[in-house]
Design a binder for this molecule. Structure first.
Ligand code: COA
Length: 261
């Protein structure tokens, strides 16, 4: 499929999606949201793709938020709600995909940009990244999941600080509060994201998808129910060809060859 707002490249089993509207710091308009949704369907269906990296075009921004021009033109409350739901649709699709998603945050990740990043599995940031939820500066609230995912990631106090003040934080502070997992020099960000994606892509794909499911479902439930889910998944995965191969390869002191079955 051809995309107007995304560049999609392949590096072996890894697909790299670059959000490509650098003149507006990669702001998320309706086309980007639609195309991200379609791109995910396409990648999900391609069994040769085993991991995804998402980054922003240029050296200034990952994504500087939802497109403020579109927000200013929202005709009524229903249109506003639909806009929020369009963001929820894409972020939900990523979270529930079999594909691990690594976010390579190469500059501003503000508003919808940070909300997109929070729907990924792992966040890497360049040392010059700036992160924040500046919606209140515009008299609006976070609409693509920020009010819900941010407190889950960083806790209530830090989430309230970011969502209520609209202030931006740098990459090191984001690392300290668990908003990103690693901080890298700008010229190493993408190579590290691809390296990590390949490390994950080399594991058993069924085990990776099950782990991702357990983390996301578990975060929404109590410990006992989460452990029940884990036991059920463990039982299923323990009988896959990949599990037989992985354990046999260890005992035979050779690398495992996983096939996703
Ligand atoms: N939506 C639409 N356009 C945006 C945008 C957004 N979220 N963020 C930046 N742009 C556009 C700017 O309007 C500008 O366009 P222009 O060149 O036609 O004037 C261009 O991107 C470059 O941005 P600019 O503001 O000139 O860069 P800067 O270095 O002075 O500031 C930011 C960078 C990120 C601090 C600033 O652009 C900003 O605050 N953006 C909005 C962030 C935000 O509120 N996001 C949440 C939206 S809900």
């Amino acid at each position: 499929m051809a995309y107007e707002t995304l560049l999609i490249e392949r590096d072996g089993p890894v697909a790299i999606i670059t959000i490509n509207r650098p003149k507006v710091l990669n702001a998320l308009n309706a086309s980007v949201l639609d195309e991200l949704s379609n791109a995910f369907d396409e990648l999900e269906a391609d069994r040769s793709v085993l991991a995804v990296v998402i980054t922003g075009a240029g050296d200034r921004a990952f994504v500087a938020g939802a497109d403020i021009g579109e927000l200013a033109a929202l005709a009524d409350g229903k249109a506003g709600e639909e806009k929020a739901r369009a963001g929820h649709h894409v972020t939900h699709k990523m979270e529930h995909s079999r594909l691990p998603v690594i976010m390579a945050i190469n500059g501003y990740a503000l508003g919808g940009g940070l909300e997109l990043a929070m729907a990924g599995d792992i966040r890497l940031a360049s040392a010059n990244a700036k992160l924040g939820q500046p919606e209140v500066n515009l008299g609006i609230v976070a609409g693509f999941g920020g009010s819900q995912r941010l407190p889950r990631l960083v806790g209530q106090g830090m989430a309230s600080y970011l969502l209520l003040s609209g202030e931006q934080i740098g990459a090191d502070e984001a690392k300290q509060c668990n908003l990103v997992e690693k901080v890298l020099p700008p010229d190493q960000l993408l190579s590290e994201a691809k390296r990590l994606a390949k490390v994950i892509a080399a594991k058993g794909p069924l085990a990776i998808a099950a782990t991702k499911r357990l983390i996301h479902k578990g975060l929404q439930t109590d410990l006992h129910s989460g452990l029940e889910l884990e036991a059920a998944e463990f039982g299923k995965i323990s009988q896959t060809a990949d599990a037989k191969e992985g354990t046999k390869a260890f005992l035979e002191k050779r690398p495992a060859q996983f096939e996703g079955r």
